[in-house]
Design a protein around this ligand. Structure first.
Ligand code: SF4
Length: 727
C-alpha cells in the first residue's frame, strides 16, 4: 500500500484528471483508488496502454494486480468463452407471475418449433424466462441469443447465463462473439504498422500481450488509431491460410463457436452469417432475438448497397500497388505464361478502372451539387450521359473477377508457394464481385424495394450512392422460412405499437413467411403508479421554434436546482449544440457526435447532480438504476425526419398499398421509440422518478391521445407558464 501511495504522490494533477475524463480539481488518494477499482478490467487495460511509462503506468499496473487478486471471478467473466458448471444452489430470486408464464411459453415454443412474439416490459425478468428452459435442454441442443446492443450481450454472457445455470444438469460451454471487425487483426496491423507513432506501436504490442480476446473495444480509448488499420473484415481475412492463423484472436474464437451450446452474439452477425458461403455459427434448436424492435434497421443494413467513391479510390490504389509488386514475383517464378499475362492485364485493368471511376464521380458530382444538399433522393437520369463509363466499369470488374478466379485455380493446381500473392488475388476477386454487385444495384436497379439516395460530404466532396433496403419484411421472411425447423423468439420491452403487433410483424415479414406464430404480452411487475409520475406540457411553444428551445433552457435551469441525476433525450445533434451553448455548468454532460458513449456515461455517473444530454443511442440500451437516474426529460416526440429518403420511400410504398404513411408507419415508429426512451427511468422495483415530456403536440394534436394511451400511467398536464410550482 505504501508503494501505491508513493506512486500516487508522484503523479501530476493533469494525469490524475485524465483518468476521470474531466477536470474536477484535486482529489484524494482514496477517491482515486475507489474510482479505478470501479472500472472494468478492459477499461483499466486501456489506461495502461495509454501510459507507456512513468509512475502512472506503474500505479495502474499495481492497482490492476490488486483488483485481479481480489476478484479472479470477474476477470474470468470478461473472457469471451467459458465452460459453465451448473450452480449448485438456486439463487434467491422470487419467480414473478409474468416471468413464470413467459417461461412456460418458451417451453412450449421449444416443443412446437414455431415462432413467439413476446412483449415483456422491464421488471419481468425476461432473460431468465428464456434461459431457464434452455438449461433444461442444454445436454443435447444448441441455442443462439442475438441482441442489438453490446451491453445486453455482455450482461447475458457475464451474469445471466451463470445465474440460470442452476437449472442445467450438465456443464456446458458458451461463447460471446461479435462481428470480425471488432477484433484485432495481426495481418492488417503488420501491414500498416509503419503508419503508427512509436508510442502507439508500444501500446498495441501491450494490447496483444494483455488482451485475451483481441476485442478492440479496450483500445478504443487510445487517440490516433484508425480502426480499419488494425481490424479485419470477412473478405480480407485469409482464414487458415493467414500466416498469423495460429495466434489470431478471431480464429481462436471462431473455432470454439461450433462446439458451444449457447452462442451470444449481435443481430448483425446473426444475419450476415446467412449470407456467408459457410456458416460460422452453425445450427440451433432455438434462436432468441432480444431487443427485437431493432431488427428492421439491422436487416436493412445487411441487405443494402453503397458505392462510396473515396473508399473505392482507396481500395483501387491499394490493389494497383499490390498487383504491381506481385507482378514482379510472378515474373520471377516458374508460373505459366497465362498467369503472368493475367497479372499484366489486371494491372492495366485496375488503372483503367480507376480512371473510369474518376470520370464517373466528377460527372455525377456536377449533377448533384448545385443545391449543395447533403442527402437527397437521386433520379436515375444522372447516369444518362455516363452510360459508356458505367458499362466499361462493369466490364472491367467482371473481367477481373472471372480471370482472377481462373488464375487462382492455376496457382492452386501448380502448388504455388507464395501465400501472400494468393491471398491478395482472392481478396481482389471478392472485392471486385462486391463492388460489381453494389454498382449494378445503385446505378441500375430502380425498384421499389430500395430507397436510392446520395450522401454528399460538403467539406471533402466525397459522394456515396446508397440503395437502402426498405422492404425488410420480404427479405427477412426468407430467413424465417429457411429456419422452419428452429424455434424463434422475438422479444423486447416494446414491440407493440398502436396496441397490436401489426407494425412489428410487417417489418419482419411473419405473415409472408407462413410460419406458425403466437403473440404474448406480459405485464410488468413494477408498480408504475407509485414509482413514476409523467408530466406533459402545454403552452411551451411549437417544438420547431426558437421560443421552444428558449423555454427548454428555462426548464432545464429549474431541473438543475433539484441536484438529481437527469437524462435529457433530444432528437438531434443540433438540439444538443444549442443546449451546449446555453448551459455551461460542468454538471451538464453532452453527447458528442462519434464520441465514446461509454466514457460519457462514466463521466455522468461520477456526478451526483449530473445532467446527461444525449440523442439516438441514449434512447435505449442503457441501464441506470436507483439514483443513477431520477429525472427523465424528453424534448421532442421522436418522429422520423419527414424528408428522410428511406422514410419517403417507405411512405410511397405504403400509399401504393392503400395505407396511410403517418398513421401506419411514422406514428407507430414514434410510439415505439418514445416507449423505449421512457423505459430508461424505472429499472428496479424500488426505483422512483419523474418524466417530463416537453413536446406540447402530445396535448394539442389529435394523435396525442393515441400516444398517451400507451403510457403505463396517466400523465399530468401542466401549463408551462405555471410549471415552476411543480419543480
Ligand atoms: S486470420 Fe484473418 S483476422 Fe486473423 S490475423 Fe489473419 S487476416 Fe486477420
Amino acid at each position: 500500500m505504501d508503494r501505491i501511495k508513493k506512486l500516487f504522490s508522484q503523479i501530476s494533477d493533469e494525469e490524475k484528471n485524465s483518468i476521470l475524463f474531466e477536470k474536477i480539481g484535486k482529489f484524494s488518494f482514496k477517491e482515486f483508488k475507489d474510482r479505478v477499482s470501479s472500472y472494468s478490467n478492459s477499461l483499466i487495460n486501456s489506461f495502461i496502454l495509454s501510459y507507456s511509462s512513468g509512475p502512472f503506468l506503474e500505479l495502474l499496473l499495481l492497482l490492476k494486480e490488486e483488483a485481479q487478486g481480489k476478484d479472479k471471478k470477474e476477470q474470468l467473466e470478461e473472457e469471451a468463452f467459458k465452460v459453465v458448471n451448473p450452480s449448485r444452489k438456486k439463487p434467491q430470486l422470487e419467480e414473478r407471475d409474468g416471468q413464470k408464464i413467459f417461461r412456460e411459453n418458451v417451453e412450449n415454443l421449444l416443443k412446437e418449433k414455431s415462432v413467439l412474439i413476446a412483449e415483456a416490459p422491464p421488471g419481468i425478468g425476461k432473460t431468465l424466462a428464456y434461459l431457464l428452459p434452455m438449461m433444461e435442454n442444454i445436454e443435447s441442443k444448441r441455442f443462439l441469443i442475438s441482441t442489438n446492443t453490446k451491453s445486453l450481450q455482455e450482461q447475458i454472457f457475464t451474469k445471466d447465463i451463470k445465474l440460470a445455470s442452476y437449472n442445467a444438469k450438465v456443464s456446458f460451454s458458451t461463447i460471446n462473439i461479435k462481428g470480425i471487425s471488432n477484433y484485432f487483426c495481426f495481418s492488417k496491423y503488420y501491414e500498416n504498422m509503419e503508419k503508427f507513432h512509436p508510442l502507439m506501436k508500444l501500446a498495441t504490442e501491450g494490447f496483444i500481450q494483455i488482451s485475451k480476446t483481441g476485442d478492440i473495444n479496450s483500445l478504443k480509448f487510445m487517440k490516433g488509431i484508425t480502426y480499419d488499420d488494425i481490424t479485419c473484415d470477412s473478405r480480407y481475412c485469409q482464414d487458415l491460410e493467414c500466416p498469423f492463423s495460429n495466434i489470431c484472436f478471431f480464429l481462436r474464437l471462431k473455432e470454439k463457436v461450433l462446439s458451444s451450446q449457447i452462442v451470444v452474439t449481435n443481430h448483425y452477425l446473426t444475419l450476415i452469417n446467412e449470407t456467408l458461403p459457410k456458416s460460422i455459427l452453425g445450427d440451433f434448436e432455438m434462436i432468441i432475438f432480444d431487443e427485437a424492435h431493432n431488427l428492421e434497421n439491422v436487416i436493412s443494413d445487411v441487405y443494402s448497397y453503397t458505392i462510396d467513391f473515396f473508399e473505392i479510390f482507396k481500395i483501387l490504389k491499394y490493389f494497383i500497388k499490390r498487383v504491381k509488386e506481385d507482378l514482379k514475383s510472378v515474373e520471377e517464378s516458374s508460373l505459366s505464361y497465362d498467369c503472368f499475362n493475367f497479372f499484366t492485364e489486371v494491372y492495366s485493368f485496375l488503372n483503367t478502372l480507376y480512371e473510369n471511376f474518376e470520370i464517373l464521380y466528377e460527372n455525377i458530382l456536377e449533377k448533384v451539387t448545385p443545391d449543395q444538399k447533403e442527402k437527397d433522393v437521386y433520379d436515375f437520369k444522372i447516369f444518362e450521359n455516363v452510360k459508356t463509363y458505367i458499362l466499361k466499369i462493369k466490364q472491367l470488374l467482371y473481367s477481373i473477377r472471372e480471370n482472377g478466379e481462373k488464375t487462382l485455380k492455376i496457382l492452386k493446381d501448380s502448388k504455388f508457394k507464395n501465400l501472400e500473392i494468393k491471398h491478395n488475388l482472392k481478396y481482389l476477386v471478392e472485392e471486385s464481385a462486391k463492388i460489381y454487385e453494389s454498382f449494378v444495384v445503385t446505378t441500375e436497379a430502380n425498384n421499389s424495394d430500395y430507397a436510392f439516395f446520395y450522401d454528399l460530404n460538403t467539406k471533402n466532396k466525397n459522394l456515396i450512392l446508397n440503395a437502402i433496403l426498405v422492404n425488410t419484411g420480404e427479405q427477412f421472411s426468407n430467413f424465417l422460412r429457411k429456419k422452419e425447423k428452429t424455434s424463434i423468439l422475438f422479444t423486447s420491452g416494446t414491440l407493440k405499437s398502436s396496441n397490436d403487433f401489426g407494425f412489428f410483424k410487417d417489418r419482419i415479414g411473419i405473415n409472408i413467411s407462413k410460419r406458425k406464430y403466437r403473440e404474448e404480452v406480459f405485464l410488468s411487475s413494477f408498480d408504475y403508479k407509485n414509482q413514476m409520475t409523467i408530466f406533459c406540457f402545454k403552452n411551451i411553444g411549437d417544438p420547431n421554434t426558437e421560443q421552444f428551445m428558449e423555454n427548454v433552457i428555462t426548464f432545464l435551469r429549474k431541473v438543475e436546482e433539484k441536484r438529481k441525476r437527469t437524462l435529457v433525450l433530444t432528437t438531434s445533434y443540433q438540439q444538443i449544440e444549442y443546449l451546449k451553448k446555453n448551459l455551461s455548468d460542468p454538471k451538464f454532460i453532452f453527447q458528442v457526435k462519434e464520441g465514446n458513449n461509454e466514457k460519457i456515461l462514466l463521466q455522468y455517473k461520477t456526478r451526483k447532480d449530473g445532467i446527461l444530454v444525449g440523442t439516438s443511442t441514449f434512447w435505449e440500451g442503457i441501464d441506470l438504476p436507483g439514483d443513477l437516474l431520477e429525472i427523465l426529460v424528453i424534448l421532442k416526440l421522436p418522429f422520423l425526419v419527414p424528408d428522410d429518403p428511406v422514410f419517403l420511400k417507405k411512405g410511397e410504398n405504403l400509399k401504393n398499398k392503400g395505407f396511410d404513411p403517418f398513421y401506419d408507419y411514422s406514428l407507430p415508429y414514434t410510439i415505439l421509440k418514445l416507449k423505449q426512451g421512457m423505459g430508461r427511468l424505472i429499472r428496479r422495483k424500488d426505483d422512483k422518478g419523474e418524466i417530463y415530456i416537453l413536446d406540447e403536440r402530445i396535448v394539442t394534436k389529435k394523435y396525442g391521445k393515441k400516444v398517451i394511451s400507451e403510457f403505463f400511467v396517466e400523465p399530468k398536464i401542466l401549463d408551462f407558464n405555471e410549471f415552476t410550482g411543480v419543480l
